[in-house]
Design a protein around this ligand. Structure first.
Ligand SMILES: *Cc1c(COP(=O)(O)O)cnc(C)c1O
Length: 368
């Protein structure tokens, strides 16, 4: 049996009619940049998350970068980030001229450790970027308390957490802004690059909206030094179709995660753990193999199963970031990085396939 890590073709096949129609309409109306389809999606996504405003941008990295810029964060400022994340989180900080400061994670949940955040706050700290990694919300109550006490912004990296809940509340509603990516493989994915920022502050919304479009307040007036990072009409129309199904897809991912966890219980692999009172939406299903991960991965590959590692090298080990503050004290990040493996997960994965994968894993464990 051959099992892809993420098979996007299955989803397209199932929703082809609706998506093809949406694409056709955008082309018919020439609504390529800005326009009706973008506005519809922005409104629907803001409503879905439960925030007043949504501004579409070119990708998830720019969502973070443009938010930081719009908050006036740059040279001389510090922003607290995990190292155990996709590099975009860290890169967006550096792109503003501010300094990323690394903190370690919880060994069981893989999200930022609240205690570690406390030790890294200085009078230069302007923001914290909690990353709801793998689809599991960070410990937002505690992070909100720290941010409030120290008067610093929270900018949520929700690239892996569209529709995840923390105590019944969606991720993206806790910080001054929530930043989303709609990269094709995310839980809500476009057919190319796309992203957005959600917030409640109208001034911030207007500033991001201007900066992503050449700093313009109207067609011929640039108020700010801007960029060109827009969510295009085709992507917006596709996302608007897919938004209707996101909760159904997230629930299916949770079901698949349950199958995996049930079938792998009482084995030697470490399974994902959920915080109490959260809805983890399993963008990734990540297990840990205590030794010989590479051998484990090649065994599964031989069996036709594609796995991933998210992420094999933590950000603080990359050349541009290795001298940043905090990079010398990330023992949990460095430990788990050598053990993690992501199993295939996407809403259309079948129970039969999950059984095949877990049987292969058990076969490997018995032999090793
Ligand atoms: C995907 C991702 C991003 C970046 O999104 P792009 O749309 O690829 O720019 C940022 N942070 C995390 C955690 C991600 O997974």
């Amino acid at each position: 049996m051959k099992i892809a890590f993420v098979d996007l073709k299955r989803q397209y096949k199932r929703y082809k009619k609706e998506i093809d129609r949406a694409i056709k309409n955008v082309i018919r109306d020439s609504a390529f940049v800005g326009g009706h389809y973008l506005e519809c999606f922005e409104k629907n996504f803001a409503d879905y998350i439960g925030r007043k405003f949504c501004v579409g941008v070119g990708n998830g990295t720019d969502a973070i970068f443009l938010t930081l810029l719009s908050l006036g964060i740059g040279k001389g400022d510090e922003v607290i980030v995990p190292s155990h994340t996709f590099v975009a989180t860290v890169e967006a900080v550096s792109a503003t001229g501010a300094e990323p400061v690394f903190v370690d994670i919880y060994e069981d949940h893989y999200t930022m450790s609240v205690e570690k955040i406390k030790t890294q706050i200085t009078d230069r700290t302007k923001a914290i970027i909690p990353v709801h990694l793998y689809g599991q919300p960070c410990d937002m109550d505690q992070i909100c308390i720290i941010a409030k006490e120290n008067n610093i912004h929270i900018i949520e990296d929700c690239a892996q957490a569209h529709g995840a809940l923390y105590k019944g509340r969606k991720t993206g509603t806790f910080g001054v802004a929530g930043c989303f990516s709609f990269f094709p493989g995310k839980n809500l994915g476009a057919y190319g690059d796309a992203g957005c920022v959600v917030c409640d502050d109208e001034a911030l919304f207007k500033k991001i909206k201007a900066i992503k479009d050449h700093g313009r307040s109207d067609k011929y007036t640039s108020l700010y030094i801007g960029y060109n990072s827009r969510l295009d009409g085709l992507q917006a129309a596709i996302l608007d179709v897919k938004l209707k199904y996101i909760d159904r897809w997230n629930d299916k991912r949770r079901k698949i995660a349950q199958w995996y966890s049930k079938l792998l219980q009482n084995t030697d692999v470490i399974l994902p753990v959920e915080f109490k009172d959260v809805k983890h939406i399993y963008h990734l299903y990540v297990i840990r193999i205590k030794k010989n991960r590479e051998k484990f991965m090649s065994f599964l590959k031989e069996a036709g199963i594609s796995c991933g590692i998210h992420y094999p090298i933590p950000c603080h080990m990359f050349q541009p970031y290795k001298n940043k503050r905090g990079a010398d004290s990330l023992p949990v990040t460095e430990k788990i990085t050598k053990e993690i493996a992501s199993l295939p997960i996407f809403p259309e994965l079948t129970q039969k396939e999950v059984i095949y994968i877990t049987n292969k894993i058990k076969e490997y464990l018995k032999r090793n």
